[in-house]
Design a protein around this ligand. Structure first.
Ligand code: GDP
Length: 290
């Protein structure tokens, strides 16, 4: 099996980040935890649970356009069994986003009834987005805010709310905090770190790109035995038993990626594999399977 050395990230700002999220949490009624539908487990930060405490939550399985639809359906079901509403979305096209507000209403139904009893009828529901880098937080906020009046986000400044914290009216009775909570990726488990690197949550600069692509080829082949051959037409018969690096070389060769002397340009091949995987050209692939 191929080895990737040193997937690391730098936890310097964890405490500050945590405090910022805790501060914002006081102003919202519900948290939308955004995950990458291709890695719904690995893109979670388990610490979130302790940060949000008992705050109501919905889960958004973003980038569902890139993930295996059958797996996404299973994940939605998994969450349902755990009494959590999970919604597959594609923040880029806006698919699924119309389910967010009804889901929040449903989750908060008791709270809304209590507001109504207190005469706070029509009290807006305030939502905040949280997630690790690159899961699509900004895309989602931009998308939601396009639904504002005249196609523009409606921004309100409230006294007592710091300038960074602004509210977008995203629909009748709903307000979205403009600044998402950025959680840090968490991986004690090596494979989790690798999966985050495959999907781009860990910057490519901090990993050996050829080792990363080799590991990706092994993982994809394990779960979807035909995906690599279908895409790259390498004609490899025993691909499921091969080392990732050898598959990478075969891909480089097939694509004519050579350096002077006829050697295979494995670095170029590695970038190609990663780019094409991330664009779902190897098919819609989910790496955390249920
Ligand atoms: P953030 O770091 O969590 O704010 O993530 P961004 O919103 O910057 O998104 C990271 C990358 O993922 C960008 O290249 C987005 O275009 C892309 N992206 C976000 N959401 C989706 C989605 O639902 N589908 C696809 N295909 N790409 C997405």
């Amino acid at each position: 099996m191929s080895e990737i050395q040193n997937i690391q990230w730098f936890p310097g700002h964890m405490t500050r980040t945590r405090r910022q999220i805790e501060k914002s949490l006081k102003q919202v009624d519900i948290v939308a935890e955004i995950l990458d539908a291709r890695v719904p487990l690995s893109s979670r930060n388990p610490v979130l649970k302790s940060i949000i405490n008992n705050k109501p939550k919905v889960v958004l399985l973003n980038k569902c356009d890139l993930a295996d639809a059958a797996q996404t359906a299973k994940w939605v079901n998994y969450y349902k069994e755990n009494k959590i509403t999970a919604i597959p979305i594609d923040a880029k096209s806006g698919k699924g986003l119309n389910q967010l507000m009804p889901a929040c209403k449903e989750v908060l139904s008791e709270q809304i009834a209590a507001w109504n009893r207190k005469g706070m009828v029509g009290r807006p529901i305030r939502i905040m987005i949280v997630g690790i880098p690159n899961v699509g937080k900004s895309s989602l906020i931009n998308r939601m805010c396009k639904g504002g009046k005249n196609g523009k986000a409606e921004v309100q400044d409230r006294p007592g709310v710091t300038r960074q914290n602004r509210w977008f009216t995203i629909g009748k009775g709903f307000e979205l905090l403009d600044t998402p909570g950025v959680l840090w990726p968490k991986f004690d488990d090596k494979l989790v770190g690798e999966k985050l690197a495959f999907t781009g949550a860990v910057r490519d600069e901090v990993v050996d790109i050829e080792a990363l692509a080799s590991r990706l080829l092994e993982e994809v082949t394990k779960l979807y035995p035909n995906a690599v051959n279908d895409r790259f037409q390498t004609g490899l018969e025993n691909i499921t038993e091969m080392e990732g690096y050898d598959i990478l070389c075969a891909i480089g060769k097939k694509r004519g990626m050579l350096i002077s002397g006829g050697e295979i340009n494995t670095e170029r091949a590695a970038y190609t594999v990663l780019d094409e995987f991330r664009a779902a050209k190897l098919g819609r692939i989910t790496l955390d399977q249920i």
